[in-house]
Design a protein around this ligand. Sequence first.
Ligand SMILES: NC(=O)c1ccc[n+]([C@@H]2O[C@H](COP(=O)([O-])OP(=O)(O)OC[C@H]3O[C@@H](n4cnc5c(N)ncnc54)[C@H](OP(=O)(O)O)[C@@H]3O)[C@@H](O)[C@H]2O)c1
Length: 270
Amino acid sequence: MSKNKKLAIIGTGNLGSAIARGLKESGSYKPKNIMLTRRHLDRIAEFAEMGFKLERDNLEAVDWADLLIITVEPQQMDRLLDEIRHKIEPQRHVIISCVTGVSIAQMKSRLPENTTLVRAMPNTGVAVLESMTCLASEGNNGLALRMAEEIFSTVGKTLVIEEEQMAAATALGACGVAFFLRAIRAASQGGIEIGFPADKAVFIAAQTSLAAAKLLLENKSHPEAEIDRVTTPRGITISGLNTMEHQGFSSAMIRGIVTSWEKADKLYKD
Ligand SMILES: NC(=O)c1ccc[n+]([C@@H]2O[C@H](COP(=O)([O-])OP(=O)(O)OC[C@H]3O[C@@H](n4cnc5c(N)ncnc54)[C@H](OP(=O)(O)O)[C@@H]3O)[C@@H](O)[C@H]2O)c1
């Protein structure tokens, strides 16, 4: 459906670069069919060597591509939409916006009538084909939604949600990468204190967190069920876990996620 279409990533910064790498890595999309735009093209020069087309002019990209993935910052969105609106052909283009906090209605108000829009909230896991991408569209955009699912399922897992849950998807899925990385860093710091050199501590902590995630996903189980399997009465694991809870471990994570969720909704409006 989308694999033979020409695709442009508009605003190729951190996320856009990760998507480009992931699509190439997946083998399902050819770099020659993907155009990357940003104003400072020198910062993504390496992608030209990988076979991608690079373009400074967004209008050229809109002319060339059928599918547009937008990955600019929220405060850059209005200017971008105003710039490209006269080149958008509603019968031809499908726009997938990864931009935090900008609703489909807000985008529609700046684009030609009947423009097809999908919102996607991936994370930087796209670069290693392990993104969690939440997708939302309007009710009548089934085909566009399936195209977005096809693209993002080549670089990880996808889940279709209601648009009103997008801020929550940002906090839990997109910001979540940083939250779990901080948890791994904290574990590795503990590991250093009890005797491992830094590199070995990070390796053990990262591989152990991968094991925990895979146990959940492959066994389709609840975290507490997996925890029950490693905690014995009066054992060493439960005493470590309870000490962490006394220090507010779960509470800190919950509060952090709620804070990010509150901010995600306000980013564009502010
Ligand atoms: N990073 C993540 O993990 C993540 C995950 C999910 C969603 N998001 C969302 O994705 C968006 C991008 O995030 P990011 O972290 O990738 O930000 P970023 O690194 O700042 O990337 C945005 C890029 O857009 C380019 N840009 C800005 N205005 C442009 C224009 N008019 N035309 C072409 N390019 C333009 C900028 O490059 P130049 O200055 O060179 O033009 C910049 O590199 C944000 O809305 C963010 O909320 C990010």
